[in-house]
Design a binder for this molecule. Structure first.
Ligand code: CP
Ligand code: NVA
Length: 330
């Protein structure tokens, strides 16, 4: 696999073999870190981290992964650079491309991360746009392999909730690239758009993946090895949508009944995080006051259960983001 000099903008820029290659590289790097024997492959490199939206995992994963591999990072927060308000994305790309060996970008628009790649002349890494969340998908895949112990083409992966946004769309495509039996379980208005479904179907024709888009929770989760979900309101969406969103998606909450409906006592629960599973967040409390719901996309019971692998999944963000930087920059 030679990905040197390439950008990491969305799943479908890669072949299924390259996608698997990145997961294998992440597993190798994770083992090196655990053994305390990590050669530094990024010594002397500098990486810019542009965050137009907030982040805990993605930012920290890039910073720690870069540090462990000997690279330096500069964090540009949502208000401290000129990008967008005083300088175009293309001009910013031309400047940063002179200083840095790679650029990470998190923001609303996929066109912005594509423009950065076009004009900077260095590899650009998509740290989440409204359209795709590809670094998350590598972490999810590594976690699925570690916890199910099954080859990807024997895994049944059901995603419940908002299937229209970054995580739902990316999960559909990545699972199809890996040959899984993937089910997006959501009401019709929250199902993935035709473009995402078509991309997934064309991968399925190569990999043997099976794709189901359904609003039927019982049928959608039957036999699942993995149950995934995401927040019901994503970054950038207005607060005013919360009440209607809760009404629209409350039947798609991951709770003990849903885990039991899989018929698989070893089914695992996954969530990219952050998650609204209790009243320990300001947003969680506000939504509780308006709707009376103690938990939203996942109950605390499932989130805290032995089936939940969400913190292993979060750790794998670091190992997989490290793999992306190592593959594209060396
Ligand atoms: N899952 C994820 O992308 O987390 P952050 O928003 O904290 O980066
Ligand atoms: N769909 C979520 C993912 C967060 C990691 C959002 O965009 O806010």
């Amino acid at each position: 696999m030679d990905l040197r000099g390439r950008s990491f903008l969305k799943e479908s820029d890669f072949t299924p073999a390259e996608w698997l290659g990145l997961i294998d590289l992440a597993a190798q790097l994770k083992a090196e870190t655990a053994a305390g024997q990590e050669p530094q492959r990024l010594t002397g490199k500098s990486i810019a981290l542009i965050f137009e939206k907030t982040s805990t995992r993605t930012r920290c994963a890039f910073e720690v992964a870069a540090f462990q591999q000997g690279a330096h990072t500069t964090y540009l927060d949502p208000s401290s650079s000129q990008i967008g308000h005083k300088e175009s994305v293309a001009d910013t790309a031309r400047v940063l491309g002179r200083f840095y060996d790679g650029i990470e970008f998190r923001g609303d628009l996929q066109t912005h991360v594509e423009e950065l790649a076009e004009h900077s002349g260095v590899p650009v890494f998509n740290g989440l746009t409204d359209s795709w969340h590809p670094t998350q998908m590598l972490a999810d895949a590594l976690t699925i392999r570690e916890h199910t112990g099954k080859p990807f083409n024997q895994v049944v992966h059901a995603y419940l909730g908002d299937g229209r946004f970054n995580t739902g769309r990316s999960l559909l495509v990545s699972s199809a690239m890996l040959g899984m039996d993937v089910r997006i379980v959501a009401p019709p208005a929250y199902q993935p758009d035709a473009e995402a479904v078509q991309i997934a179907q064309s991968f399925a024709a190569q990999t043997g993946a099976r794709i189901t888009i359904t609003d039927d929770v019982e049928a959608g989760v039957a036999g699942a090895d993995v149950i995934s979900t995401d927040v019901w309101v994503s970054m950038g969406e207005p607060k005013s949508v919360w009440n209607s969103r809760v009404e629209d998606l409350r039947d798609y909450q991951v709770n003990t009944r849903v885990m039991e409906l899989t018929g698989n006592p070893d089914a695992i629960f996954m969530h990219c995080l952050p998650a609204f599973h209790d009243l320990e967040t300001a947003v969680g409390r506000q939504v509780f006051e308006a709707t009376g719901m103690h938990a939203l996309e996942v109950t605390d019971e499932v989130f805290s259960s032995r089936q939940s692998v969400v913190f292993d999944q979060a750790e794998n963000r670091m190992h997989t983001i490290k793999a992306v930087m190592v593959a594209m920059l060396t």
